[in-house]
Design a protein around this ligand. Structure first.
Ligand SMILES: [Zn+2]
Ligand SMILES: [Zn+2]
Length: 326
């Protein structure tokens, strides 16, 4: 099969490697599509040469390993890209990403979706209904991030929600906020095309900067931009007893003034990854029309164009997804 593997300096090389075969309890997928993710941009230079990256993918089952039940060739699966022990407290409660032995698919734990074929365990495969557009299998993961963010923030019917950042995390969080019955969903992003996208994801209003948000007027603020410097602005926008959830990744430290958060008794939490149940909830929401996955699809590219597509991802500030179709 052909695969895009990490080469030097974070660039990818297209190589031909032997077709993988599913072991006991595993499935072989023909990858339908694999999304490019901002975390891949950060991680690619750290991956050993020859790594098949790509953690937002799914595809058609083309072979099943020994002892596999409940799966047949021709089925469509979305991949939950965390391989965990299945037995510890975190695995039993569904928070598989916190398992001490977790390995991440496409981020060094096992081969990912930037390849024609991928082997996944049945525990990591979530079935999609017959008739699902195979491309949508790659969009379950980003919507699961949004659901986990919205749930961690405790978004409920009637809430006024401010989503800071209109990348894929912000857009999918906004979509879920609407689906959970939020009254007002405001998305903040300096990029006009992202604000436009946010409207199609159900934002009731959009702002170009956090400073434009009416102070103390939101029950929930979701920081999806990954900028630690925005935390004071998030606190300013939050009501008394409101909640802030931070889902954006930031490696910078930034001074934070706690006075306003303290006086309002704001709760500040963090959200990362998702649970298998959240993955299945996204699949159900695609199937019943609660969510339209196609909104998140910006562009489709070939495996050979993965480097150029990553360059575009870094340069273009697009909120929606570029999908590779191996
Ligand atoms: Zn990702
Ligand atoms: Zn575990």
């Amino acid at each position: 099969m052909r695969a895009a593997v990490t080469g030097s300096g974070g660039r990818f090389e297209i190589v031909t490697v032997p077709d993988p075969a599913p072991g006991p309890g595993e499935l072989l997928l023909r990858v339908a599509a694999c999304g490019l993710c901002g975390s891949d941009v950060k991680a690619r230079a750290m991956m050993p040469a020859g790594t098949v990256m790509g953690h937002e993918f799914g595809g058609e089952v083309v072979a099943v390993g020994a002892g596999v039940t409940g799966w047949r060739t021709g089925s469509l699966a979305a991949v939950l890209p965390a391989l965990s022990c299945g037995q510890c407290e975190w695995c039993r409660s569904g928070h598989v990403a916190h398992c001490a032995s977790v390995r991440l698919v496409g981020l060094g734990g096992s081969s990912g979706g930037f390849a024609e074929l991928a082997v996944v365990t049945t525990a990591a495969a979530v079935p999609l209904p017959d008739g699902t557009d195979p491309l949508h299998s790659a969009l379950v993961e980003p919507f699961a991030v949004g659901l986990h963010t919205a749930r961690t923030a405790g978004i409920k019917a009637g809430d006024d929600v401010l989503v800071v950042g209109g990348g894929s995390v912000g857009l999918t969080t906004a979509a879920w906020a609407g689906a959970l019955g939020a009254h007002r969903v405001t998305v903040v992003d300096p990029v006009a095309s992202r604000r436009e996208a946010a409207t199609s994801f159900g934002a009731t209003d959009v702002l170009a900067s956090l400073g434009e948000a009416t102070p103390a007027s939101y029950d929930v603020v979701a920081e999806c931009a990954g900028k630690a410097t925005l935390l004071d602005g998030c606190v300013a926008a939050t009501r008394v007893k409101g909640r802030i959830v931070i889902a954006g990744v930031s490696v910078d430290s930034s001074p934070f003034s706690s006075l306003s958060a303290l006086m309002k008794e704001v709760s500040i939490g963090f959200a990362v990854y998702y649970t298998p149940e959240e993955f299945r909830t996204v699949v159900a929401a695609f199937a019943d029309g609660t969510l339209d996955p196609s909104l998140l699809l910006a562009r489709r590219v070939q495996l050979a164009d993965v480097d150029a597509a990553f360059d575009d991802l870094v340069a273009a500030n697009a909120g929606a997804k570029i999908l590779v179709e191996p």
